[in-house]
Design a protein around this ligand. Structure first.
Ligand SMILES: NC(=O)c1ccc[n+]([C@@H]2O[C@H](COP(=O)([O-])OP(=O)(O)OC[C@H]3O[C@@H](n4cnc5c(N)ncnc54)[C@H](O)[C@@H]3O)[C@@H](O)[C@H]2O)c1
Length: 404
């Protein structure tokens, strides 16, 4: 038997039949190139990332929610318990609000006269069209909501989006619509939603304008950095996998991946990297930008566990093609999971990583210690107890525990 026969499955797809199921089509006919990567990614998602109650973080960039993908794909994934936490551009969360508030967006064309559209008060996102009032009404909703007393303080963006999501949920109920909005679903299912650039969207723009009035709302990006690391640390230290499902690249991709260097390089806590990596992107690796950086490159930073590298998948495709297919595949092939409701555990997770940091971290240079010994992975690190007042003083707890 030749090496080919021994190591590789023969390429012999069945003819596609009428009324074929999406999952069967992917398994049977997506065999090579980016079709092959999409099929591999679907199987990775179902067979490894979702297995054994692994924790899955999703990052969102590109104009996905304006295209209706919040309602068609992300809400069903949240409801199925397949997405545990999210990092999104503010734009995706802002445009999600239009759907939650029952506003109308239209399937148009990319070949329209933009000067004429401007004259008629119509906004275009490639081939999506909507009235300028959609923006003005959404802006007004954000400004009105954040006047509430619960918003008059500094908070992480996960808490902000949870509070905002509750208002969207209430609005959906009042309008008699449901399952329209990512933010509403995330609120209902306790999925923390972060944004890596809170000022870089219309939500941030409205928050900024209100700070010129009397609003006390500020975003605590330090809390976001530590909280996202705490989510990953909680998964890994309890013996679960941590997976990243990246749609596009940009700042949310890095914000999700940097959780591991935050744990290892900055906090001095021993860790190995995310277990599984699945990215759909149009960004190339050869420009050196993070958007197109491969999982292999991420291994060198400690972002991804080298042991799982053979399982990592990058599919060079448009997320608007990939996400509906991945969603259909996962809903068909994987059993529903009980939502983890990580938002409800945010303070507990935060205190745990803080305690570990005071045990392992220091102000001066941290000793480099890469321990890729397989046996080390099998022993989940014991979380330290809640820090006492004394242990909160960094100077006294600065000595890192060195491993031989
Ligand atoms: N009104 C608003 O609030 C508003 C509107 C648009 C953008 N913005 C802001 O601008 C920033 C960047 O926005 P962005 O994410 O839309 O654009 P972007 O073009 O910067 O895309 C980000 C990354 O995702 C990839 N990508 C984009 N679309 C993709 C697709 N369909 N399939 C696969 N990969 C894709 C790109 O290659 C890139 O790596 C964000 O911070 C956003 O909040 C704000």
């Amino acid at each position: 038997m030749s090496l080919l026969n021994k190591k590789f499955p023969r390429l012999l797809p069945d003819p596609i039949k009428k009324n074929v199921r999406v999952a069967d089509l992917i398994d049977n006919a997506f065999k090579a190139y980016n079709g092959g990567r999409l099929a591999e990614g679907c199987r990775l998602f179902v067979e490894k990332m979702l297995a054994d109650n692994g924790t899955i973080g999703m990052s969102l960039t590109g104009a996905l929610t304006p295209a209706g993908l919040g309602k068609s794909a992300i809400v069903p994934l949240i409801k199925a318990g397949f997405i545990d936490w999210i990092i999104s551009t503010g734009a995706n969360l802002y445009h999600d609000l239009h759907y939650g508030l029952g506003m109308h967006l239209f399937a148009g064309s990319p070949f329209l006269d933009d000067v004429q559209l401007r004259g008629e008060g119509i906004i275009r996102i490639y081939d999506i069209l909507f009235d300028y009032d959609v923006l003005l009404d959404t802006d007004a909703f954000v400004r009105k909501v954040i006047q509430g007393p619960e918003f008059q303080r500094t908070m992480g963006t996960d808490e902000f989006h949870n509070l905002l999501g509750r208002y969207v949920y209430e609005r959906e109920k009042a309008l008699g619509i449901k399952e329209t909005s990512l933010l509403s679903a995330a609120y209902q299912y306790g999925v923390p939603v972060f944004t890596s650039s809170p000022g870089d969207s219309s939500i941030g723009m409205n928050v900024a304008a209100m700070s010129l009035r009397d609003s006390k709302l500020q975003f605590d990006c330090n809390r976001d950095v530590n909280q996202t690391a705490a989510i990953v640390y909680d998964a890994k230290s309890s013996g679960h996998t941590s997976s990243v499902f990246l749609l596009g690249g940009g700042s949310p991709k890095n914000f999700m991946l940097q959780t591991e260097p935050q744990i290892q390089e900055v906090m001095g806590i021993e860790e190995r990297g995310h277990d599984y990596f699945f990215q759909c992107t149009d960004a190339r690796p050869d420009t050196g930008g993070l958007s197109g950086a491969t999982p292999s490159e991420a291994v060198s930073w400690g972002k991804v566990d080298p042991e799982s590298l053979p399982d990592c998948v990058v599919c060079y495709t448009d997320s608007t093609i990939a996400l509906p297919l991945i969603t259909a595949y996962a809903l068909t092939k994987a059993p529903l999971r009980t939502p983890k409701r990580l938002f409800d555990k945010r303070d507990e997770q935060y205190e745990t990583i803080r305690a570990m940091y005071f045990k392992s971290g220091k102000v001066g240079k941290i000793q480099h210690r890469t321990n890729l010994d397989k046996t080390a992975k099998k022993k989940p690190a014991k979380a330290a107890k809640k820090p006492t007042k004394a242990s909160k003083k960094p100077a006294k707890a600065s000595k890192p525990a060195r491993k031989k």
